[in-house]
Design a protein around this ligand. Structure first.
Ligand SMILES: *[C@@H]1O[C@H](CO)[C@@H](O)[C@H](O)[C@H]1NC(C)=O
Ligand SMILES: *[C@@H]1O[C@H](CO)[C@@H](O)[C@H](O)[C@H]1NC(C)=O
Length: 155
């Protein structure tokens, strides 16, 4: 009886620890459709031999942007991101691993993961990208007692 209770308590404690880890919310960025957007990332740079990877989704299979040997490495970059990404290279040594994404599309919405590896070890985190479209123009027309509003380009 004592043992069983202990096991239950330990399991409960473990669950709390595990769920606390899983409940760290993704940081969220709202990006405007067709505009440029910064996905935030910061790490402890070793000033040399920093490795930075950005992935779309959670499986580390869709490569968005990579940097190592002190330069961009885009050989594995997914077609969808071609020519639309960059890092702030002059700020990497100051610990800025943020990604600049240009021409944001609706399909870009979702979860991204960054991963860094330096002499201090590796780190990773998730960013959730949401796409907003601004209302560019609202047309109003009045017909007797009815007012109609319409707009285009809202997502
Ligand atoms: C990449 O973008 C630059 C500047 O926007 C453009 O001049 C170039 O043609 C583009 N390259 C490709 C492969 O799309
Ligand atoms: C990284 O640098 C960019 C460009 O200067 C800046 O907008 C962004 O806030 C920086 N991010 C971090 C995490 O320092």
């Amino acid at each position: 009886m004592f043992c069983w209770t202990t096991v239950l308590i330990i399991r409960t404690l473990l669950n709390v620890v595990v769920s606390a880890e899983q409940d760290v919310p993704d940081s969220e960025v709202f990006c405007v459709f067709m505009d440029s957007c910064i996905l935030p990332c910061s790490f402890q740079s070793s000033r040399d031999d920093d490795v930075i990877h950005w992935f779309q989704g959670t499986g580390r299979q869709i490569h968005v942007h990579s940097f190592y040997n002190n330069q961009d490495q885009l050989g594995l970059q997914d077609q969808n991101f071609r020519n639309r990404t960059s890092l702030f290279q002059d700020q990497i040594s100051r610990g800025n691993c943020s990604l600049l994404l240009r021409g944001v599309k609706v399909q870009d919405e979702g979860r991204y993961e960054w991963y860094t590896n330096t002499i201090y070890g590796s780190r990773n985190s998730f960013v959730h990208l949401r796409v907003d479209a601004p209302v560019s123009e609202v047309h109003m027309s009045q017909e007797e007692n009815r007012i109609t509003c319409s707009s285009e380009g809202i997502y």
